[in-house]
Structures are given as structure tokens and as C-alpha cells.
Design a protein around this ligand. Structure first.
Ligand code: SF4
Length: 369
């Protein structure tokens, strides 16, 4: 049995030397470690990586369709295509949605995601990305999920690398980490994800990394997972990162149960509390510090104050302004739009410099505290 605080000090020194905590050490941090000590350790490590700076991106999320044939138990967003509020946007409708945000807020990242819509061929995506890229060449397209990419490959009877190449040739710049949830098949079965889909996520990401395409990584916690599932998830990311160094950031985000099958069935009654959110942020920093040094606060589900606390517990990226997001509101939780000046103010309030970055994490502007 590991004992604190000596064991936490040992873990801290190990990470400072460039190592990754073991599975047992990660489980210990989840189940037994003192939260305040974890937070202090995590912030010290973040300080060494990025000092007093926290980055953010001016972006919008565009959910191009809510029609999806995967039907996850944790999702309140999808529709089967038969409901009156099912939708699919054309390229022209997508351009019309982007226009006001591009003109008024100078967004530099477009996060574009939808359901796995069985009717959409590769050509829908290539046409869409080309039209966006032609109209807004300086807007980085951060798009699709591994599920969408795998489905397009199956539909087109071709390989995942070929699909990624076609998408990148059409304007896709990077791939978001959505769909990772928890890799364990036991957990994914409860979440309504197909068997093997965790490994599929890793395989699609590896294919992208081999092609030189940068991607993000995520983990969804606060549902039916145990500490060892999260330890295994984080260590899988470390192993893949050691191969190609293709992940540019990691976001641990908490499950929003409202309007989902998981809540209706009584398996998850409420969302994770603040202490749980901060523990996940701190452990992510400690475990991934030497492999994925950008840890993003998930302010979208937790609000500005928890975003600030996440920074104090080891996050060094705020994420984005996220104009027009539709997935979280489907759970009944209203997030609103977070303007750039609110992010800058939020970071200044806790004594941090705000660094505006683009989709490839290049600094555009520094707003000192
Ligand atoms: S989470 Fe994604 S893949 Fe799952 S049902 Fe919702 S839209 Fe479909």
C-alpha cells in the first residue's frame, strides 16, 4: 500500500526527472492522495512548463449534423433522422453560420463535429472543407471524430489513412480528441459504445500521427468508471505519444448526465463535483507532464470559476471561446458564449498572462496580467 505524503513526494520527484507515474501510483492519486497536495504538485509542474502563461483560442464549434447511428447512452445530442429537430447543414449553411463569428470575433479555429450520419459520403466533407478553406484560409479546421473518420472509411471501402489524406487535402488541419471517453471495453459497453471502439480511437489517432497530422486527446470521467480505468486510459495515451508525438493537448472532461440514457436508467444520478474535476485535472498534469504538456481546462461544462481553479490545479490552456456549441445545451445545461475578453479577465483575476493562440498552438497575442 502506498502512503502519503512521502509517496506523493516520490511521484513528484519522478515526474520532475522526466518519468511517468506507474499504474499503481495513478490509482493511489485517484483513490487516496490529498487533493490540495496533488494540486500544489500539479501547479508546480505546470509552472515549469509554461510559467505564468495560459493559452486560449478564439474559436467556434459548428455541429453540422445531429443525425447519428451510434446512439451512445451518454449523449443527449443525437437524433435518428426521423425527429422534427434532426438536421444536416449544407456547405452554404455552414458558411453562413461561420461568417458573423469570423467577421466579429476574428476566430482562428473552427471546431467542426457532428453525429455519425450514415447518409454522408466522403464528398460531403471534402466539399465542405474546401469551401470553408477557400473562403477563410486563415481559419484552422479542427474537425471530425475518430468515429466519423472510421465510418467514412468503411462507407467508401477504403482505409483510414486514405480518408485522412483526402480530408487534409481538402482543408482539414487537425483532429479533435472526441470519442475517447474511457478506452476500456467494459466501460464502453455501459456507455453504449461498440466493443473495440476504444482501440479504434487509438488506431485512427495513430494513423493521423503517422501522416504528420496533429490531434487532441480527451478522457470523459464522472460516469461508471473506476480509478484503474482512468489510469489505463492515461497510460495508453502516454504509450501512443511516445511513438509519434502527435498529440498537442489533453482535456479531461466530466460527463453531463442531463437528458441521457445513463441518467434515465439511474446509473448516473448527477454530474461530477468540483473536487472530482480538480483531481482529474491535477492527475492529468502529473501523469502527462512529460508526454502531453498542454492540459486544457474544460470550462465549457464547468464555467469560468472552475476554469480558473483548473488553472490553479495544473491546466495551462483554457480551450476556446466556443461560440455556437449545441451538444452541451442538449443536456439541458446552458453554457452561453464566452467572449475573448471574459477569458482574458478570468485569467488576469488569478494572476496569469493570457496568450491567444491559433489552432496549431502558435501564439498570436500576449495579454499580460
Ligand atoms: S456522442 Fe457522438 S457518436 Fe455518440 S451518439 Fe452522440 S453524436 Fe453520436
Amino acid at each position: 500500500m502506498l502512503k502519503q505524503p512521502d509517496q506523493l513526494e516520490d511521484i513528484f520527484l519522478k515526474v520532475r526527472e522526466g518519468e511517468t507515474p506507474s499504474r499503481d501510483e495513478i490509482i493511489f492519486m485517484y483513490e487516496e492522495a490529498d487533493l490540495n497536495v496533488l494540486g500544489e504538485m500539479a501547479r508546480k509542474l505546470a509552472d515549469q512548463k509554461s510559467g505564468n502563461n495560459v493559452s486560449f483560442v478564439s474559436n467556434m464549434i459548428l455541429n453540422y449534423t445531429n443525425i447519428c447511428n451510434v446512439r451512445c447512452n451518454f449523449c443527449a445530442f443525437y437524433r435518428t433522422g426521423k425527429e422534427s429537430d434532426s438536421y444536416l447543414l449544407s456547405s452554404d449553411q455552414v458558411l453562413a453560420e461561420i461568417e458573423p463569428y469570423y467577421r466579429n470575433f476574428h476566430i482562428t479555429q473552427l471546431l467542426i463535429q457532428g453525429g455519425v450520419n450514415p447518409d454522408l459520403p466522403l464528398e460531403y466533407y471534402t466539399t465542405l472543407f474546401r469551401s470553408i478553406h477557400e473562403r477563410y484560409p486563415d481559419l484552422g479546421i479542427h474537425g471530425l471524430s475518430t468515429s466519423e473518420i472510421s465510418f467514412i472509411a468503411r462507407k467508401e471501402h477504403t482505409s483510414v489513412p486514405d480518408i485522412i489524406r483526402e480530408l487534409v487535402d481538402s482543408g482539414l488541419q487537425t483532429i479533435p480528441g472526441a470519442g475517447a471517453e474511457i478506452f476500456s471495453d467494459d466501460v464502453r459497453k455501459v456507455l453504449g459504445r461498440p466493443k473495440g471502439s476504444g482501440q479504434q480511437w487509438l488506431d485512427v489517432m495513430e494513423a493521423a500521427h503517422r501522416l504528420g497530422v496533429k490531434t487532441s486527446a480527451t478522457m470523459m470521467f464522472g460516469h461508471v468508471e473506476e480509478a484503474y480505468h482512468k489510469a489505463d486510459h492515461l497510460l495508453s495515451l502516454v504509450r501512443l505519444q511516445q511513438k509519434h508525438h502527435g498529440f498537442v493537448s489533453f482535456t479531461p472532461w466530466n460527463f453531463e448526465p442531463g437528458n441521457t440514457q445513463l441518467q434515465r436508467s439511474g446509473l448516473v444520478k448527477y454530474r461530477a463535483g468540483g473536487a472530482d474535476v480538480l483531481r482529474n485535472i491535477a492527475i492529468s498534469r502529473i501523469v502527462l507532464n512529460n508526454s502531453i504538456p498542454v492540459i486544457q481546462s474544460s470550462w465549457l461544462t464547468n464555467g469560468i470559476q472552475m476554469g480558473q481553479m483548473s488553472v490553479l490545479f495544473g491546466a495551462n490552456d483554457w480551450g476556446g471561446t466556443i461560440y455556437d456549441e449545441k451538444v452541451i445545451p442538449a443536456t439541458g445545461k446552458q453554457v452561453g458564449n464566452l467572449r475573448k475578453d471574459a477569458i482574458i479577465q478570468g485569467l488576469h483575476q488569478i494572476g496569469f498572462n493570457a496568450l491567444e493562440r491559433d489552432n496549431l498552438y502558435r501564439v498570436i497575442e500576449n495579454y499580460p496580467a
